[in-house]
Write a protein that binds this ligand. Structure first.
Ligand code: SF4
Length: 298
């Protein structure tokens, strides 16, 4: 941990021997949660909420929100922090856009988050399928605001952004996830510079669009490295940031190195705002899609 930055906070880190009290959450149980669960199942839709074992599922689904996962639930990469299945994905399902539109209508959503696995097997990285999902949903629900959380479109960034040109989302999000020094262990198939480049190109290609990224803490990063990432993101025009605690989603995933305290997350929020982000959600349970709809009414 950076000595200068951590001077007043050195007692606030928590060794990961057991889950700290602020990370205990009651199990979900409500009619709305069940209704969301049933609707998603009946429409055959995937969510990142389930596939990533998100700890917020009880709260988000109870509020009647969810983040849909398109292009299947099998990823072409093998990130060590993520529990989504890895392997050879199926071709895009042409019925998926209509099913997402139906879900949006039936849930009465005003704000929809769409994300996907990495699809390095597709020539446009899946951008065309994002476009179809956006357009179909807008046709059925004209007032909807859509946020997309995309992969890094490894070898086709310019092509993917062009494909999306006539289906621009309200927010374009892509997560850097962690600091560059941890990419070799946490995000082997990714490239920090490539992720920054995508956010930069999106900001430059699309007029009036908001861009957003997310970083997890607790994987062994230093404060200086996190601050560097925040500055890098601002340097490519990133408007919004979420900062959350890494939680091991499965027994095969990377171990947690540190549980960062709520006080320290508050401190990061102030830091992010002072660096010029227009919005920062920084808390142990913050995730890219967590309360996404609320941040856009602020
Ligand atoms: S934070 Fe995002 S991924 Fe997690 S449950 Fe909520 S909507 Fe789903």
């Amino acid at each position: 941990m950076n000595r200068e930055l951590s001077h007043d906070l050195r007692l606030t880190s928590y060794e990961p021997r057991k889950l700290p009290p602020w990370l205990h959450r009651p199990l979900p149980a409500s009619e709305t949660y069940d209704a969301v669960d049933n609707l998603l199942s009946s429409l055959g839709l995937e969510t990142i909420c389930t596939n990533a074992n998100c700890p917020n599922r009880g709260q988000c689904w109870d509020r009647g929100t969810a983040a849909v996962l398109i292009l299947g639930n099998v990823c072409t990469r093998n990130c060590e922090f993520c529990s989504v299945a890895k392997g050879k994905p199926a071709p895009p399902d042409p019925t998926e856009p209509a099913r997402i539109a139906e879900m949006t209508k039936r849930m009465g959503l005003k704000y929809l988050v769409i994300t996907s696995v990495n699809r390095d097997d597709l020539p446009d990285g899946g951008a065309g399928h994002f476009r179809k999902c956006i357009n179909e949903t807008r046709q059925q629900c004209p007032d909807i605001k859509i946020e997309i959380l995309t992969p890094d479109f490894r070898s086709c960034q310019a092509k993917a952004l062009k494909v999306l040109q006539d289906a621009l989302p309200f927010v374009f999000a892509h997560n850097v996830e962690t600091v560059p020094s941890l990419y070799p262990i946490a995000r082997m198939g990714g490239s920090y510079q490539r992720s920054l480049s995508l956010l930069k190109m999106a900001k430059e290609s699309y007029a009036n669009i908001r861009t957003k990224s997310s970083i997890m803490l607790g994987l062994g990063e230093t404060d200086a490295e996190v601050e560097h990432v925040l500055k890098d993101l601002r340097s490519v025009g990133c408007d919004k940031i979420t900062i959350g605690q890494y939680l091991r989603p499965s027994k095969d995933s990377l171990e947690v190195v540190e549980y960062v305290t709520p006080a320290k997350f508050d401190w990061w929020k102030q830091k992010a705002i002072s660096l010029g982000f227009s919005y920062c959600l920084s808390s142990p349970f913050a995730r890219s899609s967590y309360f996404a709809e609320q941040e856009n009414t602020l």
